[in-house]
Design a protein around this ligand. Structure first.
Ligand code: SPD
Length: 356
C-alpha cells in the first residue's frame, strides 16, 4: 500500500513542480497568467494591428513570439521553458504534438466563429475531428520565378536542374521542403521512409548547388521581389506576397507534384490562459478579421466566410486557391517518427554542408 501511494504521489509531485517551475520562469520573463496571452507563431504570419485590437477587445496583454520552422517550435515547446497559450504548428507537427501529449483539446462551446471554416479543411488525418486544432492558413510548396530572368517557362522541379539558372535559385530553408522537392523530382513520395530513395534525393540535390544562390528564411520575399534571383522554392503564400511586390513574377505548382500543407492554431498543454487562448482563436476566426489577416499576410485562408471580403481576383487564382482536383494529387507531410525525422535532418544537413 505504502509503495502504491509513493508510486502515485511521485509523478504528481514532479508534474506539480514542473508547472510551478514554468510559472516562475514565465513570471521572471514578465509574462504568463490570467491577464496575459503568450502567442507563438511563424514570422511574418499575422497582421500585427490585429494583436492590438485583440488586446483592446479582450483586456489581455499579448506576448508575441515567432519561430521559423516546425522543428524550432517543437523543440521549444518540448523543453517547456515558456508556457505558450497559442501556437501555430503545421500538419505533421500537430500529429507529433498529439502523440507527445503536448496539446489541450479545443472547447468548441467557446468558439462562436468556428462554422466560418470551409469543411474541406477539417477532419484531416493529422487531427481527426479537429479535437486539438483549428485551421489558420493553407497552401503548397512551389516555384516562384521571374519570366524576364528565365529563358522559358518553368513547369517542373526538374527545370531547376535543366534550365540555365546558374547561381540564380533561392531555397526556403526547411528540411521537409528541400528533401521533399528532391524526392518529388525523382518521382518518389515526399513521405518516403526508403533510405535508398532518400540518399538518391540528397545526392541529386547536391548536384543543384551550382544553381543555388542561397538557402534563406523570410528574406526570400524581399530578395525575389528585388530581382536578386530568377527563381525560388517557396511556400505559396510567400509567392503571393512576392508577386504583390513585383508583378513580373509568377508561381507554379510543379507537374511532378508537391506538398499540400495546413497551419493550424493549437493550445499547448502548458498553457496558463486557456480561456484567453480560446478568445484569441475565436477572434482570428471572425470573417472580417480573417479577411484582413489574409489580405495582409498573403497566404490562403480556409475561412470560407472571409472570402467575400477578399479580392475575387485573388481567391479565384488557382495558383493560390487550387481546386480539390489539384490538391487531391498533392501530398501532406506525414509525421514520420523520431528516427526518420532525424534521418531527414541528417541528409539535409549533409546537403547544406556541400555548398560551393
Ligand atoms: N512566414 C510564414 C511562413 C508560414 C509557413 N508555413 C508553412 C509550413 C509548411 N510546412
Amino acid at each position: 500500500m505504502k509503495k502504491l501511494v509513493i508510486m502515485l504521489a511521485v509523478p504528481l509531485i514532479v508534474s506539480f513542480g514542473l508547472l510551478l517551475w514554468i510559472q516562475q520562469l514565465n513570471a521572471a520573463q514578465g509574462f504568463g497568467g490570467d491577464n496575459t496571452l503568450v502567442v507563438y507563431n511563424w514570422g511574418d504570419y499575422i497582421d500585427e494591428d490585429l494583436i492590438g485590437e485583440f488586446e483592446e477587445q479582450s483586456g489581455l496583454k499579448v506576448v508575441y513570439q515567432t519561430f521559423d520552422s516546425n522543428e524550432a517550435m517543437l523543440t521549444k515547446i518540448e523543453q517547456g521553458g515558456t508556457a505558450f497559450d497559442v501556437a501555430v504548428p503545421s500538419d505533421y507537427a500537430i500529429s507529433k504534438m498529439r502523440e507527445e501529449n503536448l496539446l489541450l483539446p479545443i472547447d468548441y462551446d467557446k468558439l462562436e466563429n468556428f462554422d466560418n471554416i470551409d469543411p474541406r479543411f477539417l477532419d484531416k488525418s493529422f487531427d481527426p475531428g479537429n479535437k486539438y486544432s483549428v485551421p489558420y492558413f493553407w497552401g503548397t510548396v512551389g516555384i516562384v520565378y521571374n519570366p524576364e530572368l528565365v529563358d522559358g517557362e518553368i513547369t517542373s522541379w526538374n527545370d531547376l536542374w535543366e534550365m540555365p539558372l546558374e547561381n540564380d535559385i533561392l531555397l526556403a530553408d526547411g528540411t521537409r521542403e528541400v528533401m521533399g522537392f528532391g524526392l518529388n523530382s525523382l518521382g518518389y513520395s515526399l513521405n518516403t521512409t526508403n533510405k535508398d530513395e532518400l540518399i538518391e534525393a540528397e545526392e541529386k540535390l547536391t548536384t543543384l548547388w551550382p544553381n543555388i544562390k542561397a538557402i534563406v528564411g523570410d528574406e526570400i520575399k524581399m530578395l525575389m521581389a528585388n530581382r536578386e534571383a530568377a527563381a525560388a522554392v517557396v511556400w505559396s503564400g510567400d509567392a503571393s506576397e512576392i508577386m504583390y511586390e513585383n508583378e513580373e513574377l509568377t508561381y507554379v505548382i510543379p507537374v511532378e507534384g508537391t506538398n499540400l500543407w495546413f497551419d493550424n492554431l493549437v493550445i499547448p498543454s502548458t498553457a496558463q490562459n486557456v480561456d484567453g487562448a480560446h478568445q484569441f482563436i475565436d477572434f482570428m476566426l471572425d470573417a472580417e478579421i480573417a479577411a484582413r489577416n489574409t489580405d495582409y499576410v498573403g497566404y490562403s485562408t480556409p475561412n470560407e466566410a472571409a472570402l467575400e471580403f477578399l479580392d475575387e481576383e485573388v481567391t479565384s487564382d488557382e495558383r493560390f486557391y487550387p481546386s480539390r482536383e489539384v490538391t487531391q494529387n498533392l501530398e501532406v507531410y506525414e509525421n514520420l517518427g523520431k528516427r526518420m525525422n532525424a534521418y531527414y535532418n541528417e541528409l539535409y544537413l549533409r546537403f547544406k554542408m556541400q555548398s560551393k
